[in-house]
Design a protein around this ligand. Structure first.
Ligand code: MTE
Ligand code: HPA
Ligand code: MOS
Length: 759
C-alpha cells in the first residue's frame, strides 16, 4: 500500500502554491516587520522606499478599508502595527513591487521608529504583572487538600519545556487575484474559512466575495491553523487596491522570525503517592508563554490541562493554567496542541517521585495506568481503554527486565558511555475541545462517465487525509481507486469549515464523505434493482465496479448504471454535513465529555550518552500503538514514525532561543537544529495494537496525526537515566530540550563532587 500522492511527489509533479504559473501582471509582496519587541508612538516613513526600483505601492494600517484586526478568540491582534509594536517580527507594512527581490530590497528602506517600552519574555514575570490574556483555567477532581494528608510521599518541583519551530518545508505563502467585486486567494492554510473570514473583515467585504482555494500544503503541523491568515489578507489587500494579482511568499528566515511556535511552558508540580506507588494527588500550575497576542493560546492551554494526567488515573487533581502575555511572536498550534507540554510535567513528577522512592520510574507508571471507567479530571470516563493492553503487548514484544539488565551490564563495563531507557505511555483525546468545531461536510459528484470527484473541508498537508477519503469512497462504492479524485479545498464548494487540525481531519471529513457516498449508493442501488427487476434491493451489491444480483455478476456495470441514472434524471451529487455526536463540554465547570474517544499506546525508548562530550544517540524506539482498525496502514505508520521523530526533536535538539530584547537568535538552520537521518534512531518499530475496535471512528479507525508525537517525551527520560548512571549523586533539572550543551553542563555542574578520577 502506498499513498496515491507519493509518485507525483517524488517526480515533482504535485502542485504546491509556488508551482502555480502566475497570471500575467502578478506583483510580488514583501513584509516589513518590527525589529523592536515593544514600543509605542510608532512612526513609519515610506517615502524613500516608494522611490525605489520596481515599487508599485506600500500599504500600512491606514490603508485598510475594514478592520485592522486578525484576532480570532480574542480580538487583540493587528494585521499591521498601527500605534505601537509588541514583538520583533510584527508586520508593519507590505511592499508591492514587480519582483520579489525589488520588494524585499525596498522594504529595507522603510524607516520605522518607536519609543521603546520594557520587554517581557518570561511567562512567570508576565503572570506576576497580571499580564494574562484570559483568566486562569482550572481543572479539579476529588480533593487535593484532603488527599495530601493521606500521602506517604510528597515531592514537588519545576518542569520546563521549550518552544519548537514548525519548519514546514513550504513557508507561509498566498496568491491573491482580483475577481468581479471581490478576490480569490490561493492560500497555504489549514483553515480556509479563517482566511476568508479575516480577509472579509480586513477588506470590509461580505464573506461571499472572498473565495479561498487550497491545493495542498508542504506541511502545516499546526503552524498554518491560525498563522497562514495574515499573509493571505495582505496579498488580498494589495490585489484589491492595485487590481493586480499579488503573490506573497515568506523567506525562511522571515518566516522563522515572524511566526509563532510551540508554546514554551514553565510549570510547578506537586505529586503525592502511597507507599505502594499509587499516585494519590497531583497539583500543577502551567505558565504558558503565549507571546504578544491570543492566537490559539487558550485552547492550547486547556489541552495541557486535559492531558495533565496523561495515561494515569489520579483521584485527586488540581490543575491551573496561566495564559501569559509576553513580547514574543504569538505562539500557536503545534502537533499535540498543548498536550505534550502537559504530559511532560506529569512524567517529570513521576520521575522525581521514583528517584525519591528509589524505585524504577516505569513501576509507578504501570501501577497507575487508567482502567476502563476511570474518570479524567474533566469528567469524561475512560472507554475502550487500551492503556494496559498496549503496555502489556509492548512488554511481550520486548522484555523490560532484559532491557534493564542489559543496560546495567553496559553501564558497569563502560566508564564514559552510559545507556538509559524510558517507557512512555500516551493517552490523547480526539475532537476539538471546542465542541462547535467538530463539524465538516463533503460534496460528492459522480460524473456521467462514472468518475467521482470529492470536495471536503479537509486540507492535505502530507498527513494523507486525501488518501483516507479516497479509501472511504472506494469502500462504499466499490469502484477502482483511480476513478476517484479529491478536489482542492475551496470555500465556494465547502463553506464554514473548521481547520484541518486536532487529528480529526480524516474522522470528520471521512464521516461526511461516507454518508454522502452511502446516500448516493442507496439511490443507485434502487435504480439497479429496477433495471434488473429485482424486488429486494438488499440483493443488489456493488463489487469492484460491477453490479451483482443475488450474489451473481450482471451485465450492469457502474459506468452503465451512472449513464442510466443521468438519463432518468436522478441526482448524481450529494452534500453531507457531519457533526460528531455525544460530545459536550462546559467551560464554566471544566466538566463534560469533550472527546469522541481516546488514542492509546506505549513506547520504550533507549538512548546512549557520551558523557565526556555530552552528545547522545537515540538507539531505539519500540512502540505498540492503538490505530483502531487502520484505514491505511502505510499512511498511519508513516504518521507514527514522523510524529515520533518530531517529538524526539522537541525534547532533544530543537532549541528556540530569544535574547532578553525579544530577538530570535535561532532564526536559521545553522542555529536551529532539527533531527536528520543521522540522528534518527537505528530502530523505530511501531506495532499495531491488535483487536482494537473504535466504534466512534470511520470504519473503526482512529485518528493518528498527533498522538505519536508524545512518545518522543520518552527520549528525554531515557537520556536522563543515562546521565544518572554517570552521576548518581547529581540532581538534574526537568528542563527540555536536553541539548548536548545542557547534558554536558549538567553532568559537570558540581565539579567538586566529582570522583578524583574524573577531576
Ligand atoms: N503530517 C504531515 N506530513 N504534515 C503535517 O503538517 N500535521 C500534523 C499531523 N500530521 C502534519 C502531519 C497535525 S498538527 C495534525 S493536527 C494532523 O496531522 C492533521 O491532519 P489529520 O487531522 O488529517 O490527521
Ligand atoms: N486541537 C487542535 N486545534 C484546535 C483545537 C484543538 O483542540 N481547538 C481549536 N483548534
Ligand atoms: Mo494540529 S496542532 O491540531 O494542526
Amino acid at each position: 500500500m502506498k499513498n496515491f500522492d507519493s509518485e507525483k511527489h517524488v517526480r515533482g509533479e504535485s502542485l504546491f502554491l509556488d508551482d502555480i504559473p502566475i497570471p500575467e501582471g502578478t506583483l510580488h509582496a514583501h513584509v516589513c516587520y518590527s525589529k523592536i519587541a515593544h514600543g509605542t508612538n510608532l512612526r513609519i516613513d515610506t517615502s524613500e522606499a516608494l522611490k525605489m526600483n520596481g515599487v508599485h505601492a506600500i500599504f500600512t494600517a491606514k490603508d485598510i478599508p475594514g478592520e485592522n484586526q486578525i484576532g480570532n478568540i480574542v480580538l487583540d491582534e493587528e494585521l499591521f502595527g498601527a500605534h505601537g509594536v509588541h514583538f520583533v517580527g510584527q508586520p508593519i507594512a507590505v511592499v508591492v513591487a514587480d519582483t520579489p527581490f525589488n520588494a524585499r530590497y525596498a522594504s529595507e528602506a522603510i524607516i520605522v521608529e518607536v519609543d521603546k517600552l520594557p520587554v517581557i519574555t518570561d511567562p512567570r514575570v508576565a503572570q506576576s504583572k497580571n499580564e494574562l490574556i484570559v483568566p486562569p483555567i482550572k481543572f479539579l477532581l476529588g480533593n487535593t487538600e484532603q488527599a495530601w494528608k493521606e500521602c506517604d510521599v510528597i515531592v514537588s518541583g519545576v518542569a520546563e519545556s521549550g518552544g519548537q519551530e514548525h519548519l514546514y518545508l513550504e513557508t507561509q505563502c498566498a496568491l491573491a487575484m482580483p475577481t468581479e467585486g471581490g478576490v480569490k486567494i490561493i492560500s497555504s492554510t489549514q483553515s480556509p474559512t479563517a482566511v476568508q473570514r479575516v480577509t472579509a473583515r480586513v477588506l470590509d467585504m461580505p464573506m461571499h466575495k472572498i473565495e479561498v482555494d487550497v491545493i495542498r500544503l508542504g506541511g502545516g503541523f499546526g503552524g498554518k491553523e491560525d498563522q497562514a491568515t495574515p499573509w493571505a489578507a495582505m496579498a488580498a489587500l494589495a490585489a484589491t487596491k492595485l487590481h493586480r494579482p499579488v503573490k506573497l511568499v515568506l523567506h525562511r528566515q522571515d518566516d522563522m522570525r515572524m511566526t509563532g511556535k510551540r508554546h514554551p511552558y514553565s510549570s510547578d508540580f506537586k505529586i503525592g503517592l502511597k507507599k505502594d506507588g499509587m499516585i494519590h494527588a497531583y497539583e500543577v500550575s502551567f505558565y504558558q508563554n503565549a507571546g504578544a497576542a491570543c492566537d490559539l493560546s487558550p485552547p492550547v492551554l486547556s489541552r495541557s490541562l486535559f492531558h495533565c494526567t496523561n495515561s494515569y488515573f489520579i483521584p485527586n487533581v488540581s490543575a491551573v493554567g496561566y495564559c501569559c502575555r509576553t513580547n514574543l511572536p504569538p505562539n500557536t498550534a503545534f502537533r499535540g496542541f498543548g498536550g505534550p507540554q502537559g504530559m511532560f510535567v506529569i512524567e517529570s513528577a513521576i520521575a522525581k517521585a521514583a528517584e525519591v522512592m528509589k524505585i524504577d520510574r516505569h513501576v509507578i507508571q504501570k501501577k497507575n495506568l487508567l482502567n476502563e471507567g476511570d474518570e479524567f479530571p474533566y469528567g469524561q470516563k475512560t472507554e475502550q481503554c487500551q492503556t494496559r493492553t498496549s503496555w502489556n503487548a509492548l512488554e511481550k514484544k520486548i522484555s523490560v527486565d532484559k532491557v534493564r539488565s542489559d543496560i546495567e551490564k553496559f553501564n558497569s563495563s563502560n566508564q564514559w558511555k552510559k545507556k538509559g531507557f524510558a517507557l512512555m505511555p500516551i493517552c490523547f483525546g480526539i475532537s476539538f475541545t471546542n465542541t462547535m468545531m467538530n463539524q465538516a461536510s463533503a460534496l460528492v459528484h459522480i460524473y456521467t462517465d462514472g468518475s467521482v470527484g470529492i470536495s471536503t473541508a479537509a486540507i492535505e498537508m502530507g498527513q494523507g487525509v486525501n488518501m483516507k477519503i479516497v479509501r472511504t469512497a472506494e469502500r462504499v462504492f466499490s469502484i477502482p481507486i483511480d476513478w476517484i479524485r479529491i478536489e482542492t479545498t475551496n470555500t465556494t464548494r465547502i463553506a464554514n469549515t473548521s481547520p484541518t487540525a486536532a487529528s480529526s481531519g480524516a474522522d470528520l471529513n471521512g464521516k461526511a464523505t461516507y454518508f454522502a457516498c452511502v446516500e448516493l449508493l442507496k439511490r443507485l442501488k434502487k435504480l439497479a434493482a429496477e433495471e434488473l427487476k429485482q424486488e429486494d434491493e438488499a440483493k443488489i451489491e456493488m463489487r469492484n465496479g460491477v453490479i451483482f444480483n443475488s450474489g451473481k455478476e450482471t451485465e450492469l456495470a457502474w459506468k452503465k448504471l451512472i449513464t442510466v441514472a443521468h438519463q432518468k434524471r436522478i441526482s448524481l451529487s450529494e452534500h453531507h454535513h457531519y457533526a460528531t455526536p455525544k460530545i459536550h463540554f462546559d467551560v464554566k465547570t471544566s466538566k463534560g465529555h469533550p472527546f469522541a474517544y481516546h488514542v492509546f499506546g506505549t513506547a520504550l525508548i533507549q538512548a546512549t550518552v557520551d558523557c565526556l562530550r555530552g552528545i547522545y544517540e537515540i538507539d531505539s524506539v519500540d512502540a505498540v500503538h492503538d490505530f483502531g482498525m487502520s484505514l491505511h496502514p502505510a499512511v498511519d505508520l508513516s504518521q507514527a514514525e514522523g510524529g515520533i521523530m518530531q517529538g524526539i526533536g522537541w525534547m532533544t535538539l530543537e532549541e528556540v532561543v530569544y535574547n532578553s530584547e525579544g530577538k530570535l537568535l535561532t532564526d536559521a538552520l545553522s542555529t536551529y537544529k532539527v533531527p536528520d537521518i543521522q540522528f534518527a534512531p537505528k530502530r523505530v518499530r511501531v506495532d499495531f495494537l491488535e483487536n482494537s475496535e473504535n466504534t466512534f471512528g470511520p470504519f473503526n479507525s482512529k485518528a493518528i496525526g498527533e498522538p505519536p508525537f508524545m512518545y518522543g517525551i520518552g527520549a528525554f527520560f531515557a537520556i536522563r537515566e543515562a546521565m544518572k548512571a554517570f552521576r548518581p549523586d547529581q540532581e538534574f533539572q526537568f528542563k527540555a530540550p536536553v541539548t548536548s550543551e545542557r547534558v554536558l553542563t549538567s553532568l559537570y555542574s558540581k565539579v567538586a563532587a566529582l570522583e578524583p578520577s574524573l577531576q
